[in-house]
Design a protein around this ligand. Structure first.
Ligand code: GDP
Length: 183
């Protein structure tokens, strides 16, 4: 169990990285965040990375991970100074949940991610038969990540349901003291 670090991770221009396997719904989510005015953005699109900036609040950089070993060295570069991670899952794809977990573990094991809080966004919740949050929590064994503050939220990037709550969870985590591993 980690100990609370006194420094909260809320600051102007907090760095948030959004990651997940391909097809989890990250681009759709980004588009929805922009279009429903949850955030005001000036997007830029670069080489395999999308980013948005909310001036004075935060920057968000989006990466597909998994199956892209040649890109991993690039996204690792972007983890330095990360304040929070948004990890997007496809709740309708139980077969790739273990891949998603393996990739999440790799990201959180990066030296830059020690104690960095994260939100797991279980996307596509509006689809009948989607995995429930309880199932996802237990299959990912999220309690193993107790060296980080984390929250699990359900959402639908398609309908926008749950996005405001997820956004609030992210802000809450950024404002809370960072957990640090025991010495
Ligand atoms: P990315 O690879 O993670 O950026 O995933 P995309 O945003 O490209 O989405 C992959 C596919 O999933 C697309 O066909 C989207 O329309 C679909 N999708 C994304 N979010 C949702 C959602 O919340 N519900 C449903 N039913 N489909 C979604």
């Amino acid at each position: 169990m980690g100990t609370a670090h006194s420094k909260a991770r809320w600051k102007a221009g907090a760095r948030v990285v959004m990651m997940g396997l391909d097809s989890a719904g990250k681009s759709t989510l980004l588009y929805k965040l922009k279009s429903n005015q949850l955030v005001k953005t000036s997007p830029t699109v670069g080489f395999n990375v999308e980013a948005l900036e909310i001036p004075g609040q935060l920057s968000l950089t989006l990466w597909d991970i998994g199956g892209q070993d040649q890109l991993r060295c690039r996204w690792k570069d972007y983890l330095e100074g990360t304040d929070s991670l948004l990890y997007v899952l496809d709740s309708t794809d139980p077969d790739r949940l273990s891949d998603a977990l393996a990739e999440l573990e790799k990201v959180l094991n990066d030296a830059n991610m020690v104690g960095v809080p994260f939100v797991v966004l279980a996307n596509k919740q509006e689809v009948p038969g989607a995995l429930s949050l309880l199932e996802i929590k237990s299959r990912l064994n999220l309690e193993q990540f107790n060296n980080h503050n984390w929250e699990l939220r359900g959402c639908s990037a398609l309908t926008g349901e749950g996005l405001a709550e997820a956004w609030h969870a992210l802000i809450r985590l950024l404002k809370s003291p960072r957990r640090m591993p025991p010495p």
